[in-house]
Design a protein around this ligand. Structure first.
Ligand SMILES: Cc1cc2nc3c(=O)[nH]c(=O)nc-3n(C[C@H](O)[C@H](O)[C@H](O)COP(=O)(O)OP(=O)(O)OC[C@H]3O[C@@H](n4cnc5c(N)ncnc54)[C@H](O)[C@@H]3O)c2cc1C
Length: 380
């Protein structure tokens, strides 16, 4: 039997995350955006009440929640600010490959670190010449005795400035493409690892994004997460598990846009009546609501599948692609509903428009999602 209702546990989790967002994120979002500042104090508070690393299994000190609960938290935090939400929940990108492929010792050490104290970790595939084309990455690893040495450069890495460790993808030989790629857990304090400049971004400015340079970085053999030939698959499986969260973040952003627009449409008058009485404005509001609810259904189905162990990457890509494109369209409409006031920083919707854009870029662009979807359709 199909049942769309959420359990009591889900409802109280949503209420807790919603209260936290209202009290701790929404009030500082504009300031963090202006100053390009990640609010570490708020991250620590969120960690204290269990909103960070929710999918970390109980045996490693986590709460062992599922992907659905993770996505429900994401939607709530994103309502306040998708920049803060992205950075707060980016640990999920680093812990997922460790959960999927890590040895018992790696899980104990690194998942244990995430649950022992409020720290951040990053996931690094992207390089200056390899974004969409993950198989084209050039960061090289060589074996030295039992250990490995990494050389290369990563860019656009969320939380790179703060991360205590990184999951880094590197190749044995660029000619091998996906067959040469391995994954490593690299400690922040490894000699030869340097964090580069922090990006000055269009949107999601509260989220830290920076480069990493790896110059003869020695990685002990016990930190090999996936050997050559298995790393690419691990990167793709990680995205399969984390893409529904982009849909969830998009839903939070759209809900915020809709709430702001409904309130404004009741207040603002033109031609002697509230703009909410004009059918062309009503049409925009209705479209926003359809997109938000459509994305919510997609991300919840994708997360529900993952929690039941059903592997269905096409739904993860639906949630990511439809959610990101819907959020962008909704945020553009929100600026339109506000008219001139939508175009200035005194009102919250211009930030939503800037923040929404990156949803169509990170974790596989909207074009790449279409490619993933079409490949699966054509392969039957
Ligand atoms: C704020 C931010 C945070 C990020 N965080 C992380 C992170 O934590 N870790 C990490 O590893 N990466 C991260 N990224 C990187 C992100 O995943 C890449 O930017 C993204 O995958 C796109 O790669 P690219 O920028 O090199 O664009 P390119 O791959 O150069 O693409 C440029 C354009 O060409 C299109 N395109 C490319 N190939 C094709 C094709 N075959 N068919 C059709 N169109 C195509 C793309 O869709 C895009 O429109 C982040 C990026 C940003 C902006």
């Amino acid at each position: 039997m199909i049942d769309f209702s959420l359990s009591e546990e889900h409802t109280s989790l949503i209420e807790m995350a919603r209260r936290f967002t209202k009290e701790r994120i929404t009030p500082i979002a504009a300031e963090c955006d202006r100053d390009s500042r990640f609010p570490m104090d708020v991250f620590k508070e969120a960690w204290e009440i269990g909103l960070i690393n929710p999918t970390c299994p109980a045996e490693y000190g986590g709460s062992g929640m599922g992907e659905l609960e993770n996505a429900l938290i994401t939607e709530e935090l994103a309502y306040g600010c998708t920049g803060i939400q992205t950075s707060m929940l980016a640990n999920g990108l680093a812990l997922t490959p460790i959960k999927l492929a890590g040895s018992e010792e790696q899980k104990k050490k690194y998942l244990g670190m995430l649950t022992a104290e409020p720290i951040l970790a990053s996931y690094a595939t992207t390089e200056p010449d390899a974004g969409s084309d993950v198989a084209g990455l050039k960061t090289k690893f060589t074996q030295h005795g039992d250990d490995y040495v990494l050389n290369g450069q990563k860019c656009w890495i969320t939380n790179a400035s703060y991360a205590r460790f990184y999951v880094v993808f590197a190749t044995a030989d660029t000619a091998l493409r996906h067959k040469g790629i391995a994954a490593f857990i690299v400690d922040r304090d490894s000699p030869g690892l340097r964090v580069g400049k922090k990006e000055d971004k269009l949107g999601q400015r509260a989220s830290d994004t920076a480069q990493i340079f790896l110059d003869d970085v020695k990685v002990p053999k016990e930190n090999l997460l996936a050997p050559a030939g298995k790393g690419f698959k691990l990167a793709m499986e990680t995205f399969n598990q984390t893409r529904p969260d982009i849909g969830a973040g998009a839903t939070g952003l759209m809900r915020r846009a809709l709430d702001e627009c409904v309130a404004y449409a009741k207040e603002r008058k033109t031609f002697g009546t509230a703009i909410g009485n004009h059918q062309l404005v009503q049409w925009m509001l209705a479209e926003m609501a359809i997109r938000a609810e459509g994305t919510r259904l997609l991300y919840q189905k994708a997360a529900w599948n993952l929690d039941r162990g059903v592997r269905d990457p096409i739904i993860s890509s639906f949630a990511k692609a439809y959610g990101a494109d819907s959020a962008m369209a909704t945020a553009v409409d929100a600026v339109q509903v506000f008219g001139g006031n939508g175009y200035v920083k005194e009102y919250p919707v211009e930030k939503l428009m800037r923040d929404a854009k990156v949803l169509q870029i990170y974790e596989g662009t909207s074009q790449i999602q279409r490619i993933v979807i079409a490949k699966q359709l054509l392969s039957g």
